[in-house]
Design a protein around this ligand. Structure first.
Ligand code: PLP
Length: 466
């Protein structure tokens, strides 16, 4: 057990440790050494019968756990997408954990609910969205699953939840091949089935869904007796940053009366900078969209901003009101658990409030603009070196490249060499079936020198003459 005086001491000690951890992160390898079983075998097989002192637990955290962690807050983390945890966000999470509230209904945490409404308005204004209602989900995957369930229920006249799918016409949902795997999983879980996720070919430098092909696919499905339900577009696809032409794609969806959802999980944050908004031009025609402040806005996981033109079909799809959850006599209030799949909800708006107030939009914009600029500078440098070639040019701060005239195995070996070296971390992806290296800048403590270090590492480890 732990008394509150001990809790207070450890709270201060862990804050000190955390500051030092972040200050010295550059001296650690970014990616954990990959030794399967190392942590599991170091941990006792059974739980202790008697309590242990925090001193011992914390010592083990440092010796057993830390060496097996990949450091997502490392300033030279260039893999996947960022997952920034900024100091004000961490402090807000500490407070939110301390209060430990469940924010499922307005009455179970009125301030949390009302702050969520206001923060979703702040964020909408920050990214230039007008006329949407927001809710914070745990992840983009959950928001997209909710959107697919709405597509299903709307197309079936809200009979899916009651009658099941076995006696219904076959539903169809349309997306390009550039969308995230969370779309595939939403299609599985919703009972629509992977065979009914229709892949629309892409075109152009941003690999946008071909709107004519989309229209043709919907018409062919209607003629074949299928029931088209919705279109999922992406802005900033995970592999190479693909962006659908929303104006054209959402026009087709509207013409056929289909529900549209836009996955902008990573790129949506960049829309705080007006000059990047051209990438999602036409967004106001979407029925719903999601982006993750927990990626590129400094608000740590989990915090996914899910925006809806009209929340009614979502609430009709997800709300269950058993007697014990009813709040009597309070009209005009929002119970956000009716907008999401899990019942329990954390107080996630608090960290958004702390981050937006601490940085201000101008400082957040400055960071994102730098990330984009430094990433583009590195791409330009690689482009002039004949050992490398750019495969997909930067979309915001994400681009892909490869060793010139080398097989997939050599590209993968290059990725492994880079990550084993430890100074930087990046990942591979496939472009038209071929292995390429993927690079993005987005960690909040990254400096221009860190991106220059990436150049040094790539240049050293590529070998050969420039
Ligand atoms: C990261 C990402 C997701 C998944 O986000 P979660 O919040 O982890 O579910 C979905 N789509 C895109 C485009 C992403 O980049």
């Amino acid at each position: 057990m732990m008394d509150w005086a001990t809790f207070a001491r450890w709270g201060a000690r862990i804050a000190d440790w955390g500051a030092e951890y972040h200050r010295t992160l550059r001296s650690r390898p970014v990616r954990a050494p990959l030794i399967p079983g190392a942590t599991a075998t170091a941990l006792p097989a059974s739980p202790p019968e008697n309590g242990e002192a925090m001193e011992a637990i914390f010592a083990d955290f440092q010796t057993l756990v830390l060496p097996g962690m990949t450091h997502w807050q490392h300033p030279r983390f260039f893999a996947y997408f960022p997952a920034n945890a900024t100091p004000p966000s961490m402090l807000a999470e500490f407070l939110s954990s301390t209060i430990g509230a469940q924010c499922m209904l307005w009455q179970t945490s009125p301030a949390a609910t009302e702050m969520e409404t206001v923060m979703m308005r702040w964020l909408a204004e920050a990214v230039g969205l007008k006329g949407f209602h927001g809710v914070i989900q745990d992840s983009a995957s959950s928001a997209t699953l909710a959107a697919v369930l709405v597509m299903r229920e709307r197309a079936l006249g809200f009979r899916g939840n009651t009658s099941g799918l076995s006696s219904q016409p076959r539903l169809r949902v349309y997306a390009s091949g550039e969308v995230h795997t969370s779309i595939d999983r939403a299609i599985w879980i919703s009972g629509i089935g992977a065979e009914n996720l229709v892949r629309i070919p892409t075109q152009g430098p941003l690999r946008s869904m071909d709107p004519l092909a989309l229209d043709a696919a919907i018409r062919a499905d209607l003629a074949a007796g299928f029931l088209p339900a919705g279109v999922i577009a992406c802005i900033g696809g995970t592999g190479t940053g693909a962006c659908d032409d929303l104006t054209a794609v959402l026009d087709v969806a509207k013409a056929h009366g289909l529900y549209s959802h836009v996955d902008a999980a990573w790129a949506g944050a960049a829309m705080i900078c007006p000059e990047f908004r051209a990438l999602w031009q036409g967004i106001e025609a979407a029925d719903s969209l999601v982006f993750n402040p927990h990626k590129w806005l400094g608000v740590q996981f989990d915090c996914a901003a899910h925006y809806l033109r009209d929340p009614a079909p979502l609430v009709q799809t997800l709300a269950i009101r058993p007697e014990y959850l009813k709040t009597h006599g309070t009209d005009g209030i929002i119970n956000y658990s009716e907008w999401s799949i899990p019942l329990g909800r954390r107080f996630r708006a608090l960290k958004l409030w702390f981050v937006l107030r601490t940085y201000g939009l101008e400082e957040l914009r400055r960071r994102l603009r730098n990330h984009v600029k430094w990433s583009q500078a590195l791409a330009a440098k690689l482009d002039t070196d004949r050992r490398f070639e750019i495969v997909t040019p930067p979309v915001l701060s994400l681009f892909t490249f490869r060793l010139r005239a080398a097989e997939d195995a050599a590209q993968q070996a290059f990725v492994n060499r880079i990550n084993d070296d430890g100074r930087i971390y990046l990942t591979q992806t496939k472009v038209e079936g071929a292995t390429v290296l993927r690079f993005q800048v987005g960690q909040f403590d990254t400096t221009e020198e860190d991106v220059e270090t990436a150049w040094t590492v790539l240049s050293e480890l590529a070998g050969g003459a420039a």
